[in-house]
Design a protein around this ligand. Structure first.
Ligand code: NAD
Length: 342
């Protein structure tokens, strides 16, 4: 029977994977530990390792997994910025879940935008303290504004679809423009123009070595004063200290963040009894106009069921005939070159 070592397990992972696994019959060992060089040996005897967004799949971890004859890494997520693909090439195969519910993430992006704009996160707390003042909660009409979408893949386009009822102008930037953008009233422009004209900027591109810190001091200076920044993609797209500096001057009016560049130690964990040692995160949490959530945009019933089904199907396909329908290309990391699995 095929053995799967499942890392960074949370109770909801066990529930969804165990239910779906009834139809597959794999031998799954659930481990709470995050995958990293220190924990990789737990996978000894397993054929497959199942990993999530904050597992460390660096060369050091991969070496240990290869020594232990693990054949396949099945990522139960879409993003794959946490794996050293060159170190994996030719030694261990990698599959992912490229699509499980673009609606989950796009709907969440919209809720961050609306909640942040109208200060619902603060109003909730204020009213519970019997404080019924609305001072400081002044928002803006989204209607008539310009929304800039960076990355028009599945989630970016779904988000654009949700915006259709709002009466906004949509600008988009993507190195690979989508042919159906016009149907979504999206106008492709340069990144510079998107920065200069958007009232709200939402990030929906993968994190790659090329676009790490694309939101930095220089790019922020090219944006409108008071712009709202929303990031449900990957934390490393934003240079957080530059964001903090811009929040302090008001250059950035507000930020909705479901991801953070150093989230690994914090997100998904209950640390309510401990102090935050990360001073950058601690500073970010002090702003009333910053709404941070713990990488939960994907978290809907439909999405986690799809994640479990696709992950186990990926494993089944690989073991049946070596096929990797959701494999990650070893030549490029963008999923766009002729060698990429289709
Ligand atoms: P996708 O592959 O369908 O689309 C990504 C798009 O980004 C592509 O069109 C690609 O051409 C474009 N792109 C690549 N580099 C770019 C760049 N430098 N600038 C602008 N665009 C660029 O992916 P998707 O399913 O739409 O997911 C987008 C991202 O959302 C994922 O990479 C992942 O990081 C993130 N995500 C977050 C959550 C969450 O829970 N917060 C869940 C799922 C996905």
């Amino acid at each position: 029977m095929i053995k799967i070592a499942f890392f960074d397990t949370k109770p909801y992972d066990r529930l969804s994977f165990s239910a779906v696994n009834k139809a597959f019959g794999f031998d799954i060992a659930y481990h709470e530990a995050r995958l990293m060089p220190d924990t990789a040996r737990i996978a000894q005897g397993a054929d497959v390792v199942c990993a999530f967004v904050n597992d460390d799949l660096s060369a050091a971890t991969l070496n240990i997994l290869c020594e232990n004859k693990v054949k396949l890494i099945a990522l139960r997520c879409a993003g794959y910025n946490n794996i050293d693909l060159p170190a994996a090439a030719g030694r261990i195969k990698v599959v992912r879940v490229p699509e499980y519910s673009p609606f989950a993430v796009a709907e969440y992006t919209l809720s961050l935008l609306l909640c942040l704009n109208r200060c619902l996160h603060r109003a909730f707390c204020r009213v519970r303290e019997n404080n019924f003042s609305i001072n400081g909660f002044l928002g803006f009409d989204v209607h008539g504004k310009t929304v800039g979408i960076v990355g028009t893949g599945k989630i970016g386009r779904t988000f654009a679809g949700l915006l259709q009822g709002f009466g906004v102008k949509i600008l988009a930037y993507d190195p690979f423009p989508h042919p159906e953008a016009a149907k979504l009233n999206m106008q492709y422009v340069s990144l510079d123009q998107l920065y200069a004209e958007s009232d709200i900027i939402s990030l929906h591109c993968p994190l790659t070595p090329e676009n790490k810190y694309m939101i930095n001091h220089q790019s922020i200076q090219r944006m409108k004063d008071g712009v709202m920044l929303v990031n449900t993609s990957r934390g490393g797209l934003i240079h957080t200290q530059s964001l903090i500096d811009a929040l302090k001057t008001g250059k950035i009016g507000s930020a909705g963040l479901d991801v953070y560049e150093e989230e690994t130690e914090y997100f998904f964990e209950d640390l309510s009894g401990s102090a935050i040692k990360d001073d950058v995160l601690a500073r970010l949490l002090t702003f009333p106009n910053v709404l941070i959530t713990s990488h939960q945009a994907f978290f809907t019933r439909e999405a986690i069921n799809n994640i479990a089904t696709t992950t186990l199907q990926n494993i089944k396909s690989f073991w049946a005939d070596g096929s990797l329908p959701n494999g990650i290309c070893e030549k490029c990391s963008a999923g766009k070159c002729p060698s990429c699995p289709k």
